[in-house]
Design a protein around this ligand. Structure first.
Ligand code: FAD
Ligand code: UQ1
Length: 449
């Protein structure tokens, strides 16, 4: 009964949306302008948007799919931890956007400025209105450095302040690690959802090893100041990381949220989030080096649209990735409210589900395929070691290889450094890699998982 209701309401919403779409061209005053209309419009040409464009544009044909993406360069962001550690360069992580988008799609080099899902239109920065039959939102997550007092200006003033999360600062990190002499090396984790929740500590392990290589480790206090109350959300990997932290003599300060940076005095101000010691209480810490993970949020443009829930992220069904209200709209990746860790690996798990379900909806059928929350975080713990965390919605490990992935391994480091970039450029972006579900089943044949 409930399923029949869902089916009916899904179809109804779709019809409603399409009716709005067809009538809109007569009702809007903007129709005198040259208006573009697409069968599939994708907003954002990062990881998720590019994958979906490559899956649908060859199938639907030229002129049917458009991607709105302002940037000339596509970055493989998971490589930025290695850029910060001096293992790869920023150039290694980039390709021209025009080379990763399929030739059959139209690239609209603009920013989306507003959404009207009732009329099935997206307006861009230059005022153009673009119509769609189906929409995929793939806008990623927004970095809010300016929510920390003193930033972003402090990055320009102090060469020892860095952040792997931005192309503006990631290249500062390795230089700073090589200049560090003594004092507090602080690594922060903000009080908001972020992408790749492991990245704030991965660079810390590389830094700690680099300090040992350079003979300055005994003069350094390496500190992880995190807003969270745990080191990692999945117990199996948290336990493994706590052992690494103990072995490497790293100090972890939980419930500490960076709110201000004073580069002149080399001071960092942390808000204490621990309610037992009092909210609003602050603590000022001297830093010699600091790696900042900024607060993040859904993009402002989305937050002001009818597509989101109270959190500001696109409101999709976490299993089907279809919008809960507008059935001709889907979401993928960091901009959605799907309750899993925001990673490129998660997109590998989502893209096959979206491909199948969007196609079903295009054929007038209901979405059937369900995403299980698969995500992964290659937790680099040094220049030759990595713990490959993989888990689902429930936080249960969902490991691909038939070995215990909860220990540091050199093989996993090479997977992260050498295999993953190739997989990304050659298979994920092109639409050929839909996550490790099948390899995992094959490798676990006869085993319990
Ligand atoms: P993005 O790839 O960020 O793409 C969003 C796109 O939307 C961008 O191209 C942007 O220009 C565009 N956009 C924004 N606003 C607009 C607008 N108004 N109009 C049109 N377009 C717009 N993941 C892993 O799997 N493993 C890792 O080891 C890993 N490590 C990471 C380390 C770091 C330092 C960072 C920063 C990320 C890491 N990630 C990792 C996370 C991973 O890169 C992201 O989760 C992934 O890229 C998200 O893809 P997306 O398509 O949702 O967003
Ligand atoms: C993955 O599929 C992926 O996307 C290409 C990543 O992003 C860079 C990853 O980090 C990981 C770990 C996976 C999962 C793949 C395997 C083979 C475990």
């Amino acid at each position: 009964m409930a399923a029949a209701g869902k089916l009916f309401s899904g179809r109804f919403q779709l019809l409603k949306s399409l009716n709005h779409h067809s009538s809109a061209k007569f009702s809007t005053g903007r129709h005198l302008c040259a208006q573009k209309s697409y069968e599939l419009l994708i907003v954002g040409g990062g990881t998720g948007g590019t994958v979906i464009a490559n899956k649908f544009a060859p199938k639907l044909g030229s002129g049917k799919v458009a991607v709105i993406e302002p940037s000339d360069t596509h970055y493989y962001q998971p490589m930025w931890t290695l850029v910060g550690g001096g293992i790869k360069t920023l150039e290694d992580s980039s390709r021209p956007t025009k080379n990763v988008l399929p030739k059959q799609c139209d690239w609209i080099k603009q920013k989306a400025a507003s959404f009207d899902p009732h009329k099935c239109t997206v307006t861009t920065d230059n005022g153009d209105e673009i119509k769609y039959q189906y929409l995929v939102v793939a806008m990623g997550i927004q970095l809010n450095y300016n929510k920390i007092k003193g930033l972003p200006e402090a990055f320009d003033e102090d060469p020892m302040l860095t952040s792997n999360y931005s192309t503006d600062y990631v290249t500062k990190t390795y230089k700073a690690l090589n200049e560090f002499q003594a004092g507090n090396a602080i690594f922060t984790f903000p009080n908001t959802p972020i992408k790749c929740a492991g990245a704030p500590q991965k660079i810390m392990y590389l830094a700690e090893e680099r300090f040992r290589q350079r003979g300055v480790r005994d003069k350094a206090t390496v500190m992880f100041n995190t807003s969270l109350g745990v080191i990692f959300g999945v117990k199996k990997y948290a336990d493994a990381l706590l052992k690494v932290i103990e072995k490497r003599d790293i100090k972890v300060n939980y419930k500490k949220n960076l709110i201000e940076v004073r580069p002149g005095k080399k001071e960092a101000v942390f808000e204490n989030l621990d309610s037992t010691t009092g909210l609003g209480e602050t603590q000022t810490v001297q830093y010699s080096f600091m790696h900042i993970t900024p607060p993040m949020s859904a993009p402002d443009v989305l937050r002001n649209s009818p597509l989101v829930d109270q959190s500001g992220f696109v409101n999709v069904n976490k299993n089907t990735l279809q919008h809960v209200e507008f059935s001709n709209v889907f979401g993928i990746g960091d901009c959605t409210n799907v309750p899993t860790s925001k990673t490129a690996a998660a997109i590998s798990g989502q893209c096959g589900v979206l491909r199948k379900n969007l196609w079903e909806v295009m054929q007038g059928r209901e979405p059937e395929k369900e995403y299980n929350g698969y995500t992964s975080c290659p937790l680099i713990t040094g220049y030759k070691s990595c713990i490959l965390a993989e888990f689902d919605f429930a936080g249960n490990p969902l490991e691909t290889f038939p070995i215990n992935q909860g220990v540091e391994r050199r093989s996993m480091f090479h997977m992260k450094k050498d295999v993953m970039p190739q997989m990304y450029w050659k298979f994920l972006l092109n639409g050929y890699w839909e996550g490790p579900d099948i390899p995992r089943k094959i490798m676990h044949l006869g085993l319990s998982q």
